[in-house]
Ligand binder design. Structure first.
Ligand code: SAM
Length: 220
């Protein structure tokens, strides 16, 4: 099935950001943390970077799971970051999660990172190299990388089935977002080719659920 890009990369409309922040992504976000635990079995005590953090549910889960970690969380949409800031303050994590309004590709932030995380950003990008080059520019030697995203289904029928299974009770705006995201997602083969083009040889891509792929590994 042909890819249909998202109409906009950023989620910068206040009502769209709020609907997203109020949705329950706890199952897939907790799954993301479990994948990181498998990839990095030791306690993580370093500096992590989350790309396309949205309302910061993943940075918050990560900071709770790893009490000695610090997280820089980056998004290009101020509407999302406003919600992220409230959530981080409500959790008392403002000392350990730092928000940055920045558009990818982000070359050379002011640190190098021990882990680079990203969930559900890749399918928003018209040029996926914006993500891979940002990782290459900002991950330190040996950094752990985990990127999770939706996997594009093979047919419109499969899209409809996933929307019915996972979003039938969701508000209309989120159902449409989920459907558009499935059409905009990349396939395993496309992501494989992106990693090869970026010479990210230490990373592998695989299907990790009925609707997700994950790129994981360590940089050399
Ligand atoms: C679907 S949300 C995912 C949010 C969060 N990672 C999560 O898992 O809940 C995608 C986020 O990526 C941000 N985004 C999209 N394109 C971007 C770009 N080029 N630079 C920075 N942020 C971007 C959007 O604004 C949005 O907040």
């Amino acid at each position: 099935m042909k890819r249909i890009p998202e109409p906009e990369e950023l989620m910068d409309e206040a009502d769209q950001a709020l609907a997203y922040a109020e949705a329950d992504f706890s199952a897939s976000n907790e799954f993301f943390i479990q994948l990181f635990e498998q990839l990095h079995p030791a306690e993580f005590t370093g500096q992590a970077l989350d790309l396309g953090c949205g309302p910061a549910d993943i940075p918050i889960r990560f900071a709770r799971r790893y009490p000695r970690a610090k997280v820089d969380a980056l998004d290009g949409a101020q509407a999302m970051l406003d919600l992220a800031e409230k959530a981080i303050e409500a959790d008392g994590l403002a000392q350990r999660i730092c928000l940055h309004c920045q558009y990818l590709p982000a070359t050379r932030l002011d640190k190098t990172y021990d882990a680079v995380l990203s969930n559900s950003l890749l399918h928003h990008l018209n040029d996926p190299q914006d993500l891979w080059s940002t990782i290459l520019d900002n991950a330190g030697p040996g950094a752990t990388v985990l990127v999770m995203d939706l996997l594009r289904p093979e047919s419109p029928g499969q899209v409809d089935a996933l929307v019915a299974q996972y979003a039938s009770d969701a508000p209309e705006v989120l159902r449409r977002d989920f459907e558009a995201s499935l059409y905009a997602a990349y396939t395993l083969e496309e992501v494989q080719a992106q990693l090869a083009a970026a010479s990210l040889d230490g990373l592998t891509v695989s299907q990790v659920s009925d609707r997700h792929l994950a790129v994981q590994g360590r940089l050399g």
